[in-house]
Design a binder for this molecule. Structure first.
Ligand code: GYE
Length: 322
């Protein structure tokens, strides 16, 4: 807690002139502990880079730990940050529940915590400063809207969807399902007939999808709704092996917007890519700066996102960095 010590000494000297927690703290004295949940996707790798890049631009020192998709490991990493007396903890939770104890420890140590990407659920209030991330529900809504629009004038009497869900017990997977269901339920012909779990991992989704079509065939499936691009990439491999014409035999809606998926969209192999914005770094940096200046911080900070589809202008999609 170098920064608090600095502040304390400063207050002793100038008594009363400081107007925030650290009006005079120099950025190079700030140490940020950053616990990332894993490296399961290109999206996630860009997310990590974005946060580290922006912290470095500000002159903050970053202690980075990768949790390798293991909650116990992430908790251990956060305990290391607390022992090290960092000034701030930034963490991207692998799952929604189970963080209360370590957050209480951070609170008792006077270390503010910023939750990024997925949401958490705590029994006690005020265990963290704010949550910064996309609206996963809006992403699900956008995916659903593409489907309802696509089939609006079709004479088909039933439209059957296979959903490949992200990791269980995560707010991203739960909200992406909720938002999607909310919109498709406006058209009584549309239904999710299978909801499978691919954990956001390419190889897992590939196996799960292959097993599903081996048992059930694919002819009844009109749409694939996949919660992330990595899983979609795995499924596209199985479709190719199985002679399914992706984007035609099965309409594909996927979330993230990785560069490779935009190529697939341009090639007609997927129909709609709902963007999930990994560039959280600037928002985290701005929040820390504002907090250190003593400005109020909102409880929830949303990041802007859009959607790309074969119904839009494929040439105008901005270049992707992930
Ligand atoms: O869509 C996926 C990643 O939680 C929003 O996790 C994130 C998701 C993202 O692995 O690619």
């Amino acid at each position: 807690m170098k920064y608090l010590l600095h502040l304390f000494l400063l207050l002793l000297v100038v008594g009363g002139c400081a107007n925030g927690p650290d009006a005079e703290a120099e950025p190079e004295n700030i140490v940020v502990g950053f616990s990332q949940s894993g490296t399961e996707s290109n999206w996630r790798k860009r997310h990590t880079e974005s946060i580290i890049e922006e912290m470095n631009k500000e002159g903050y020192e970053v202690l980075y730990r990768n949790g390798f998709m293991n909650q116990d490991r992430q908790i251990q990493d956060m305990r290391t940050f607390i022992a090290y007396k960092v000034d701030m903890i930034v963490f991207t939770p692998i799952v929604e529940d189970g963080w209360d104890a370590v957050l209480l420890e951070a609170k008792d140590a006077g270390i503010p915590v910023i939750v990024v990407d997925r949401h958490i659920r705590t029994a006690e209030e005020n265990l963290y400063l704010t949550h910064i991330g996309p609206s996963f529900k809006a992403e699900g809504n956008r995916a659903g809207l593409y489907i309802t629009n696509h089939f609006q004038n079709s004479s088909q009497t039933s439209i059957r969807i296979l959903e490949m869900r992200g990791l269980a017990k995560t707010s991203s997977a739960n909200f992406r399902s909720e938002g999607f269901t909310e919109v498709i339920s406006r058209d009584s012909r549309i239904a999710i007939v299978a909801s499978l779990e691919g954990d956001y991992i390419r190889s897992k989704a590939k196996d799960v999808f292959r097993n599903y079509i081996e048992e059930n065939g694919w002819i009844d499936i009109d749409v694939l709704y996949s919660h992330n691009d990595e899983m979609t990439l795995g499924i596209l491999e199985v479709m190719k092996e199985s002679g399914i014409v992706a984007g035609q035999d099965i309409i594909i809606v996927t979330i993230d917007g990785q560069a490779e998926m935009i190529e697939n969209l341009r090639a007609g192999k997927v129909n709609c890519v709902v963007e999930c914005n990994p560039n959280a770094g600037w928002y985290v940096r701005n929040t820390i700066k504002r907090y250190l200046k003593g400005n109020p911080i909102p409880n929830e900070i949303y990041m802007p996102e859009t959607v790309f589809s074969d119904k839009g202008n494929l040439e105008s999609i901005p270049p992707r960095e992930y």
